[in-house]
Design a protein around this ligand. Structure first.
Ligand code: NAD
Length: 296
């Protein structure tokens, strides 16, 4: 069993750290929020007073932070030089590819192995240990990280070299954002054309319009499996986070000279939804925006 430093114990990191404890690891936990550290302590983690204290004895460092600037700052200030030589570094945050590659390169220069390992699955999957990890990094670093990630997830897939995990994550979420918008549009049109929405769901979920946004995350209350739509669009995956991921995808597309008109349109719609006051609601609340009900 390994000694692990876990930095960033928010909505996602809290449950992930708890699952590492359940798997028998010694987890030294740090977050800027004292409440988050206290919750991690309740889950069996050892609280650390600083990030440097958390990483001092670590075989493995895991970070789950908001964005690229936090990841760059934490690794430069608190991990490099403070974690033991040869430690394995795993960043699970969703960040821009340039930051992921820069931090991994700095880590390698200092003798650490590092992977970017962003996740799909949301808070429920983080708590249940059923995340999907998409991993970027050298083959030996992936092999070392895989068993640890498996303790927090149902799938761990090597996407390629450093930054490839982030690339897979933003491509996946751009697809998810676009299919959610399209699914919301289809249900609203079906309603205006006089179709019963449960009947349309029964048809389209077994026809060529089927997608995860429809069958696993239906944006219509009372239709399909239970989803955030059945809880007033509370919980789930916040529209503001979908907007963040779409912005990362659009920025990456500009840098790569790729044409992403559907992703760009989804980004503009999620920006408008956030501006209308629904950034905190689940991203399936797009259906309320398209129906002229956002912010109410
Ligand atoms: P969150 O805001 O709940 O948690 C982030 C935590 O990082 C906070 O507790 C914050 O105090 C801590 N933090 C920030 N700067 C720090 C620092 N310098 N040192 C120590 N702690 C610091 O966010 P989250 O929902 O847990 O998301 C984390 C990452 O996972 C993000 O990149 C997000 O895009 C990604 N993600 C989130 C979801 C989701 O459904 N919430 C799903 C997939 C991926």
């Amino acid at each position: 069993m390994a000694t692990i430093a876990f930095i960033g114990l928010g909505n996602m990191g809290g449950g992930m750290a708890a699952n590492l404890v359940k798997a028998g690891h010694a987890v030294h936990a740090f977050d800027l929020s004292a409440d988050a550290v206290a919750r991690a302590q309740d889950a069996g983690c050892t609280p650390a007073a600083t990030a440097r204290d958390a990483v001092a004895q670590a075989d493995i460092v895991v970070t789950m932070l908001p964005a690229g600037r936090h990841v760059r700052a934490v690794y430069e200030a608190d991990v490099f030089g403070a974690a033991p030589d040869g430690a394995l570094l795993i960043d699970c945050s969703t960040i821009d590819g340039a930051s992921a590659i820069a931090v991994a390169s700095a880590a390698t220069d200092r003798g650490y192995r590092m992977v970017d390992a962003p996740v799909s699955g949301g808070i429920a999957a983080a708590n249940a240990g059923t995340l999907t990890f998409m991993v970027g990094g050298a083959a030996d670093a992936f092999a070392a990280a895989e068993p640890l990630l498996a303790a927090m997830g149902k799938a761990v897939i090597h996407a390629g070299a450093a930054g490839a995990g982030q690339a897979a994550k933003i491509c996946n979420n751009m697809l998810l954002g676009a299919t959610m918008v399209a699914t919301c549009e289809a249900f609203l049109l079906a309603e205006k054309l006089g179709l019963d929405l449960a009947t349309f769901y029964a048809i389209s979920s077994q026809a060529s319009g089927q997608s995860w946004s429809m069958t696993s995350y239906c944006p219509v209350p009372g239709v399909g499996p239970e989803t955030p739509a059945d809880r007033g669009y509370e919980g789930g995956f916040a529209s503001a986070l979908m907007l963040k991921d779409l912005k990362l995808a659009i920025e990456a597309a500009q840098g790569a000279d790729a044409s992403v008109p559907m992703g760009a349109t989804a980004g503009a719609l999620y920006q408008a939804l956030a501006n209308a006051g629904d950034g905190g609601r689940d991203f399936s609340a797009m259906i309320r925006f398209l129906d002229g009900k956002a912010g109410r």
